[in-house]
Design a protein. Structure first.
Length: 267
């Protein structure tokens, strides 16, 4: 999608955010463009149309994540906020004094149980910064001492789930007050072709029908060329095991560099 030519799509003149974009079943894609990727254009898969400049509040900002109809935005000055797509309600967050690889919302910011969590892996450490809407500063906690990098992050069953690479482990963390409680690492037994570092590109945690999937995207040689393949597993937390998924039915999995979602594709 990042390579899509904007000039080939019919522009939409209406600058108000259409209400049907909020309620549609398919995800909205966001294209960052301009010399410094400061401009944002929303693309609707359902209508095959793009909507440039309809939300001025996101221009010149990084969209860290989107959930529950809200965007988490960050500026170069490290100022952060959450923005509701439909009402344009904006909640200022504390300034974030670190780079972040991942960001998650645990609930809608209007929910008293909501946390905004920024996560960054560096030098065999995983740094968590988290706060509630209205907090004056982020709480910080670090998980360290494990030689691997952070591949994917999701929020599922009230816990933060981190997929670590290349050692093929899962780490879970639960926010309790102003601290994180880490659970044991869960070993994932994967086929040899998936765990081969030269072939594996990345793993993605994706929620699907009340279950958590681990989608492996890997590269392999086909003839004289490199090709791309996918393998999907379901996480069985009770058995600490993976079960290969043969079919996801009439659904589609969307992956980007950091996240993944699964949506009905029947229509």
């Amino acid at each position: 999608m990042a390579s899509m030519e904007l000039k080939d799509m019919e522009p939409v003149e209406n600058k108000d955010f259409p209400s049907d974009l909020i309620s549609q079943r398919h995800p909205l894609l966001v294209i960052s463009h301009g010399k410094q990727h400061q401009k944002k254009t929303f693309f609707s898969i359902s209508s095959d149309r793009h909507y440039p400049g309809i939300i001025p509040e996101v221009e010149n900002k990084l969209i860290c994540t989107s959930s529950f109809g809200w965007l988490v935005l960050r500026e170069d000055s490290h100022e952060c906020c959450v923005l509701n797509l439909e009402s344009r309600e904006k909640i200022q967050l504390p300034a974030l004094d670190m780079n972040s690889s991942f960001c998650i919302l645990t609930a809608s910011p209007s929910d008293c149980n909501c946390y905004i969590v920024f996560i960054h892996g560096k030098d065999n450490k995983i740094i968590f910064k988290f706060c509630r809407p209205g907090d004056q500063e982020f709480s910080s906690q670090t998980f360290e001492g494990f030689p691997c990098s952070l591949s994917s992050v999701a929020f599922f069953g009230g816990k933060i789930i981190c997929s670590l690479y290349p050692e093929s482990f899962l780490l879970t963390a639960e926010i309790v007050g102003s601290t994180l409680q880490f659970s044991d690492l869960i070993t994932k037994e994967v086929p040899p072709f998936v765990s081969a570092p030269k072939l594996l590109s990345q793993s993605h945690l994706v929620e699907f029908s009340g279950e958590m999937l681990l989608v492996y995207r890997f590269r392999f040689i086909s003839g004289s060329c490199w090709d791309m393949g996918f393998t999907v597993f379901k996480l069985d937390f009770s058995k600490r095991a993976l079960e290969e998924v043969i079919s996801i039915g009439e659904n589609a999995i969307f992956l980007d560099e950091d996240h993944g979602i699964c949506c009905p594709a029947t229509d």
